[in-house]
Design a protein around this ligand. Sequence first.
Ligand code: ATP
Ligand code: MG
Length: 289
Amino acid sequence: MSSTPTARGMTDPLDTPVPAMRPLLAMRSVSKLFSNGTQALADVSLTVRSGEFVSLLGPSGCGKSTALRIIAGLGGVTTGSIDWPSTRINPNGKPESDISFVFQEPTLLPWRNVFENVYLPLQLKGISRRAAAAVVDDALKTVGLTDFRQAYPRELSGGMKMRVSIARAMVTRPKLLLMDEPFASLDEITRQKLNDDVLTLWAETGVSVIFVTHSVFESAYLSTRIVVMKARPGRIHEDFEVNRGAVRDEEFRTSESYRSTCERVSHSLQNAMHGESVRGKALHGAGAH
Ligand SMILES: Nc1ncnc2c1ncn2[C@@H]1O[C@H](COP(=O)(O)OP(=O)(O)OP(=O)(O)O)[C@@H](O)[C@H]1O
Ligand SMILES: [Mg+2]
């Protein structure tokens, strides 16, 4: 198999020959029952391989954020397990510094400039500013913010703040990047630019991504795999591969491959929300653009 360039001429990590490898993450029959009686997840099994870009899509309340939080170790499971077959586990039973989380809000510290915000995770690991400088500058370069390293969050646009948040997540060189609707509050053009930035990062670093979105179009553009969830209780409705080796550029957005992925995801989402009866009407009002 030959390597195929993806976003901005980058190579799709999934399109290079990979020896049979153990999954990065395996959720096995995970359920989550909150103390107020809400069954947020029921029997969720999800395996993520190294280099995959997995989008999680589903109606509000179907447990997407709960699933990410559990994967990040921010919440426990009620039954089932999470395995990290190829990762070191620390004495607390958590995977060691291999995960980063990007939330919907950039959550920057207003009193620290861009450099200092991105440096924070390394500082918390006890790495000196001097030792971290090259890595931080590298992360800033990747998200196009080198010229803003001295700027404070109040001086940045919403898209730039989100770029800082992504650089901060990547500075520890995680194996798995969890993103929970990171671009939901941004305008469409900024969102498309950031989608390309994330694809570039993914292609350059080989990081695996689990990306929560409500956007059919965003998931169809970014993913190698799409997992559609259902609500009450939250569970997996469909899990399928998309776009293998495709070049994601402006042309891709108008390609037949992208259009058919949008259609498939949209059908699946409609079925997850309303059942099979709406099949065929699903893309109504949601034409690929
Ligand atoms: N800490 C909590 N205590 C009790 N119930 C919770 C808690 N967190 C989430 N829930 C419930 O669990 C269910 C799943 O919530 P979750 O936030 O994971 O959904 P989601 O798919 O991320 O939704 P959205 O798309 O709106 O962000 C919801 O019914 C929610 O009310
Ligand atoms: Mg959520």
